[in-house]
Design a protein around this ligand. Structure first.
Ligand code: HEC
Ligand code: HEC
Length: 485
């Protein structure tokens, strides 16, 4: 059923396909993203001379777009709309916790793939303390990147499965609802109410941007209205092409810009066939040509062992009444439904290998029990063969025993899978023949250069955003910032 053949030619055949396919992709996020007025694009197309470089869409297409529209193509450094820029300011603002000191980015660092920024924490409990450092939640921060593609939480009666939502257990309907939660969570940013957050934003260095973006609405005296605007700005940043850049080596490979090494190619074949990872982490553009997200946003219990170093076990009874006997029931807890016990949302595999520096440790699974991709792959391969290596599942109910646990992979095949998973890190730099030490593969399938460098591979999504901007600019230019669900 699943094709493992090279689908590059059918995927990005020409510029036109890139544009139209990506418009459809981005429409997934369009409920959340609102394009700003043309004034937001005042940075203009100052990199025009560099288009057509490695990974860029055909130069003729870009020139045509510029001629037809007179507007810059986003995707270059600093191309965020005013709304996204506002969201970014909020995302990195450490004043917004009580006491001050913790921002969203304190648990979702871009260079760590928008997840936990502290190597020593990841090596152990993998759960981040809140603004009040004696308090901690129960889970590892998942990636914020590509979360905007998760549909609103719902039950798919055809597939008989829950799908979408935000958080490991889907308890937030969408990104806007999610964004409000950490501010008020006593285990995280610990503000006592919306007013506290709103007042800090209204006194921030970017308060002018807030007023400029939301105009009349920003003058509201209703804290809930203003809090909603803050959440919308965050959701817009999280839905921007800066956060969802589709700029990994694998994206470059799908676009026909680079070859995989033999080992990465073997890993891809295993991922798609023998190991069947793609059953939950789809790796191909979908039937409409959307780039793969490496998650289908459904829920499963893969039998993750408990992480004994999770600080949540030691939290006081008002936070964790179960003490050391605590089990993370995931979706089952959110729905109060035993048939869903132990299931958590399938995470994207994009950026799982992304690290701020070599030697930095990351943590995997919802409780961060595993410390390397290799361990995760070995767990999938051998969970049911050598169970003593891993410990029993935290939640025994509903463990998936059909699709994983005994994959019969050799040690070399495990390594090949790991090599493939390392091609999913954004910010890949396509080596050009002139580069010193030119080689088709960078270490870790990634480059230390930031993704915003204009010579980098940039995904078609950038063009799509631009076109969508053109379509929507008149609607959103100065219109009301309506609530979107
Ligand atoms: C103290 C650490 C911490 C802080 C601060 C924090 N987060 Fe998180 N974030 C987490 C954890 C842990 C989860 C998963 C919680 C769960 O599933 O129960 C999470 C989940 C998320 C998700 C869901 C992603 C998905 O795929 O389901 C998004 C989006 C997110 N956070 C954005 C934010 C934003 C926006 C802020 C700032 C307003 C923020 N976070 C502040 C730790 C943090
Ligand atoms: C039946 C669905 C399913 C299949 C098949 C599957 N996964 Fe997963 N994967 C999940 C779920 C669900 C999680 C989260 C589990 C948890 O946190 O307890 C996950 C988590 C992961 C993670 C950790 C990501 C993170 O951010 O912590 C990696 C890596 C991973 N899977 C790789 C693979 C590989 C490689 C394969 C094939 C060998 C595979 N998966 C097959 C459902 C699946």
């Amino acid at each position: 059923m699943r094709r493992t053949t090279d689908h590059r030619s059918e995927y990005f055949q020409d510029g036109q396909n890139i544009v139209w396919q990506s418009i459809k992709v981005l429409s997934t996020c369009k409920d959340i993203v609102h394009c700003e007025s043309p004034g937001a694009w005042s940075k203009q197309f100052d990199h025009a001379g560099q288009t057509g470089g490695a990974g860029s869409p055909p130069r003729s297409l870009l020139l045509l777009l510029i001629l037809l529209t007179g507007f810059p193509i986003p995707g270059m450094a600093g191309d965020l709309t005013a709304l996204e820029q506002l969201g970014k300011q909020i995302f990195f603002d450490t004043r917004l916790s009580t006491p001050a000191g913790q921002a969203c980015a304190s648990c979702h660092l871009p260079e760590a793939g928008f997840t936990g920024p502290t190597s020593s924490v990841n090596e152990r409990g993998a759960v981040y303390a809140g603004a009040v450092s004696s308090r901690a939640g129960n889970r590892k921060p998942p990636s914020v990147a590509y979360a905007c593609f998760s549909p609103s939480f719902s039950y798919d009666s055809e597939e008989e499965t829950y799908v979408g939502g935000q958080f490991w257990d889907g308890r937030a309907l969408n990104l806007i609802e999610q964004a409000k939660a950490p501010f008020l969570n006593p285990l995280e940013m610990n503000n006592s109410n919306a007013t506290e957050v709103v007042n800090k934003v209204l006194k921030s260095s970017y308060q002018h941007l807030f007023r400029q973006v939301f105009r009349k609405q920003a003058e509201s005296s209703d804290a809930d209205v203003l809090f909603e605007l803050i959440a919308r700005a965050l959701a817009a940043y999280e839905s921007s092409s800066e956060v969802n850049s589709f700029s990994s080596k694998y994206d470059a490979y799908l676009a026909g810009k680079v070859e995989l090494t033999a080992q990465e190619q073997q890993g891809l074949d295993l991922f798609a066939n023998k190991a069947n990872c793609t059953a939950c982490h789809p790796h191909e553009p979908d039937s409409e040509g959307h780039p793969p997200l490496f998650t289908d946003f459904t829920y499963d219990n893969i039998g993750a062992p408990a992480n004994p170093e999770n600080p949540f076990y030691k939290m006081a009874a008002d936070v964790n009444p179960d003490g050391a006997r605590y089990r993370d029931l995931g979706l089952g807890n959110a729905l109060h439904n035993q048939a869903q016990w132990g299931k958590v949302k399938v995470p994207t595999l994009r950026n799982i290998a992304r690290k701020p520096a070599p030697g930095f440790s990351k943590a995997y699974l919802h409780n961060g029990v595993f410390k390397s991709i290799q361990e995760v792959v070995h767990f999938y391969n051998a969970r049911d063969v050598t169970p003593h290596e891993f410990g029993p599942p935290d939640v025994l109910e509903n463990v998936n025993r059909d699709e994983l646990g005994d994959l019969q992979l050799t040690a070399n095949e495990e390594l090949a899978l790991v090599a493939f998973l390392q091609t999913l890190s954004d910010g890949y730099h396509i080596p050009s023949p002139g580069d010193p030490g030119h080689s088709p593969v960078a270490e870790n399938g990634n480059s230390p250069l930031p993704a915003t460098n204009s010579s980098h591979f940039r995904a078609a999504s950038d063009i799509a955003r631009y076109l969508r901007f053109r379509q929507n600019a008149h609607r959103f230019a100065h219109g009301p910032a309506e609530t979107v669900r």
